[in-house]
Ligand binder design. Structure first.
Ligand SMILES: NC(=O)c1ccc[n+]([C@@H]2O[C@H](COP(=O)([O-])OP(=O)(O)OC[C@H]3O[C@@H](n4cnc5c(N)ncnc54)[C@H](OP(=O)(O)O)[C@@H]3O)[C@@H](O)[C@H]2O)c1
Length: 266
């Protein structure tokens, strides 16, 4: 049986994709810079096999794509603000992955992207947009799904904004966070559906202000409440976020709310 490769299968979204593919009966292979083997061997139905590789250098990509029917390409240089690394991993790395796939079994390339990347002046979003172009020009059968911010990302951001007795909140920011598990399910569904091009966006069930997000976070966390400090964030990016640039009003929506998520996570 042909396998599905999940790049970034160790990350937040990738782990959800792996779980969803396994529950649909796929054999799954994960590309990671850590651990694993330098060649894939055979996957089994109980869990994914890890193939060691790196999109930045191209190491391991030929082995990772060999014999696959689809690739869900979740890997991204999310851990750095260095634009050069982001472009090397996300843009050049996608090009390297596509070249390896073209030379192999020409699998269906499924790519998760982000709602609003065309309109928001953020270097990472420009990188995502360029990576989407790599997918579209890959000469492979492809599907792109854009999703809004994951609940995990907002929870992590809140952790950074909560300093001792103070919680800093960007005034007027609006989000529509979605559950990474539901995005993973949708990507697995898209693998089974076959190449679909740019499919409809996926968002969360609620549009929430930064204050509403903080309320749900503080409610789930319990304990003493911090002083809320509302910050008027300057700049074009902040203006775009206040203006709803991260939202996908009217798009398909997941069912798991941010409140549900933090209730479970904290
Ligand atoms: N987070 C969000 O709110 C959000 C929303 C919409 C779309 N997305 C998109 O969803 C995708 C996954 O995001 P995430 O938040 O799940 O990311 P994440 O948890 O930070 O995981 C990033 C993954 O990328 C892999 N990776 C990084 N550099 C690599 C390299 N040079 N070679 C190979 N693998 C590399 C890492 O694997 P190893 O460390 O094991 O090598 C890791 O599994 C990204 O494309 C992101 O743009 C994210």
């Amino acid at each position: 049986m042909a396998e599905v490769l999940v790049t970034g299968g160790t990350g937040t979204l990738g782990r959800a994709v792996v779980a969803a593919l396994l529950s649909r009966g796929h054999l799954v292979r994960v590309l990671s810079r850590r651990g694993g083997e330098s060649s894939p061997g055979a996957a089994d139905a109980d869990g994914p096999r890890t193939v060691r590789g790196d999109l930045a250098s191209g190491a391991g990509l030929t082995e990772a794509v060999a014999g696959t029917e689809a690739i869900v390409h979740c890997a991204s240089a999310t851990g750095t603000l260095r634009r050069r690394t982001q472009r090397e991993v996300d843009v050049a790395g996608t090009r390297r992955l596509a070249a390896a796939a073209r030379a192999a079994s020409r699998p269906h390339l499924v790519y998760p992207s982000i709602v609003g990347i065309d309109g928001l002046p953020l270097a990472y979003y420009r990188t995502k947009s360029a990576a989407e172009t790599e997918v579209e020009r890959s000469e492979l059968p492809w599907t792109i799904l854009r999703a809004t911010q994951f609940h995990d990302l907002l929870l992590m951001a809140l952790g950074g904004l909560h300093r001792g007795p103070l919680l800093f909140l960007p005034r007027g920011f609006r989000f529509q966070p979605v559950d990474a598990g539901e995005v993973g399910e949708r990507l697995a569904e898209l693998v089974d559906a076959g190449p679909g091009g740019r499919v409809g966006d996926l968002g969360g069930p609620e549009e929430l202000s930064a204050d509403e997000i903080a309320e749900r976070y503080l409610g789930a966390r319990g304990g003493s409440r911090p002083w809320i400090v509302r910050v008027a964030v300057p700049g074009r990016m902040a203006r775009a976020v206040r203006g709803g640039g991260l939202l996908c009003r009217g798009c398909a929506a997941g069912a798991v709310s941010f409140g549900d998520f933090v209730g479970r996570a904290l």
